[in-house]
Design a binder for this molecule. Structure first.
Ligand code: SAH
Ligand code: SF4
Length: 447
């Protein structure tokens, strides 16, 4: 997960109702398990709750529910306001409703699908990393990043949210990938992370200005729930956030990208590319074996053309693995002529990988090659490293590190796989040396 820079909108938000079960603490110098989260507690320890989360309901569904009870339709508006302007967590907070209706609402729906939230503050208050326990005991993370106003832009408050508990894609540099997949989140569970952030911000007179799906999970593998969540975030009757201030990030689920294109939704699509050449991307993003990089970029290009919206390509730079001038040149060639923007971020250290972040000079050299090829680039700082800015790190700590021999074996396997991938990529480069575009060859030499 990383910082985003899209311009913020201002949106209306109502008064805060407080966050009774959330606790906030200053981050300890070295991350430890948050108090109150017992790693030995079995999943499902809080029991499964069959009531749907209210944040996942459309205004039409709420109106129908209100009508069925013989109540006037303005009651639906009052409920929507309580959910989306006051960010209510309990039926008692809906003081505009008669008590019997409040009780019926509480029986039919969960006002909040998050059972418990633990907040860790870092970066002198500029970053908040939040561990949420859901009603069945599954744990997900969100991050709130605060940016002060600067020349030409207002202050921003970006929330990075999770779409799944864990992730099945298994990128070896990612803490969530290491956890494996637990389950998809419901739309309400996705939205309640935003409401949690909005509630805490409202206590300080602030609003959520941007939402990024860059937390745990692969959003396009839980597409229906993610689309329902995006619709609620964008809906003026609900959260009312401009689509341009919502970013959905994918590791390259081609059918998902194509479906988004057909729907014509206007949010920003971010593609986690990490490598332009298949042998290396097969190692870094295992999904690449199913949808190779050329197919991913072709789908993203079609999306950019159909929506007129620039696609963000994310590249996590790993020292000596994907940060060489040859990698930069291959990326420049792949993205030539695309409506694209590249974000470079040095890898956040993750316990189970043998790799380290690219040094600043390698990042600069990589960026320079892309810029010379006419591709806009932003270098991101890995903010909040001390609290695990890559989503999944808190949950990974909580799950407990694998035993050292297993970590060691995995590290050795990854080193072998990345070295073999680089060898294969070099062989392929050699084979096509004669046919490589002059711009790419020149860029490599200059790098
Ligand atoms: N599954 C989606 C969205 C969640 S991951 C995806 O992969 O796009 C969000 C971003 O965090 C991705 O770009 C991912 O590559 C990046 N990321 C994961 N682990 C990281 C790490 N250790 N350092 C830097 N970025 C990381
Ligand atoms: Fe899943 Fe994204 Fe992490 Fe890859 S980077 S394992 S797709 S969350």
């Amino acid at each position: 997960m990383r910082a985003m820079t899209a311009d913020p909108p201002e949106r209306a938000a109502g008064p805060s109702t407080g966050s009774p079960r959330a606790t906030t603490s200053e981050a300890p110098p070295s991350p430890a398990l948050p108090p109150g989260f017992d790693p030995s507690r079995p999943r499902g320890g809080l029991g499964l709750d069959p009531r749907p989360g209210i944040a996942g309901l459309t205004p039409a569904a709420l109106e129908a529910w209100v009508r069925e009870r013989g109540e006037p339709s303005y009651r639906a508006r009052q409920i929507l306001d309580a959910v989306w302007r006051s960010f209510a967590r309990q039926p008692d907070e809906l003081t505009t409703l008669p008590k019997p209706l409040r009780a019926a609402l509480g029986e039919a729906f969960r006002l909040d699908t998050i059972a418990e939230s633990e907040v860790r503050v870092a970066d002198a208050g500029r970053t908040e990393k939040v561990l949420h326990r859901l009603c069945d005991g599954a744990v997900v993370e969100s991050v709130v990043m605060h940016y002060p106003a600067g020349p030409g832009h207002r202050e921003r408050h970006t929330v990075c949210i999770s779409s799944q508990a864990g992730c099945a894609v298994g990128c070896p540099f990612c803490a969530t990938g290491e956890l494996g997949f637990t389950r998809d989140l419901e739309a309400a569970e996705i939205l309640d992370q935003v409401r949690d952030a909005a509630r805490r911000l409202a206590e300080r007179g602030r609003r959520v200005t941007n939402v990024v799906f860059m937390g745990m999970g692969e959003p396009l593998l839980n597409l229906d729930a993610v689309l329902a969540a995006v619709e609620a975030l964008n809906d003026p009757r609900r959260f009312g956030l401009g689509a341009r201030h919502i970013t959905v990030s994918t590791s390259g689920v081609v059918p998902g990208i194509r479906r988004l294109t057909e729907l014509g939704v206007q949010f920003t699509l971010a593609v986690s590319l990490h490598a332009a050449r298949d042998p290396l991307r097969d190692v870094l993003v295992p999904l690449n074996r199913r949808w190779p990089v050329a197919e991913v970029v072709a789908a993203a290009r079609d999306h950019a053309r159909a929506t007129g919206r620039r696609v963000s390509y994310e590249v996590t730079l790993i020292a000596g693995v994907n940060d060489t001038p040859t990698d930069a040149a291959a990326l420049a060639e792949l993205l030539a002529g695309e409506l694209a923007h590249v974000n470079l971020i040095p890898m956040n250290p993750v316990a189970h990988t043998p790799w380290t972040a690219s040094p600043p000079e390698a990042v600069e050299r990589f960026a320079a090659i892309l810029r010379r090829a006419g591709i806009p680039v932003t270098i991101r700082s890995n903010r909040g490293v001390e609290i695990g800015a890559a989503c999944g790190q808190l949950a990974a700590e909580r799950a407990g590190a694998p035993p050292p021999p297993a970590v060691q074996r995995r590290r050795e396997r990854l080193l072998r796989a990345s070295a073999a991938a680089l060898r294969r990529a070099r062989l392929a480069d050699g084979a096509r040396a004669g046919s490589a575009g002059p711009a790419v060859a020149a860029a490599s030499e200059r790098g």
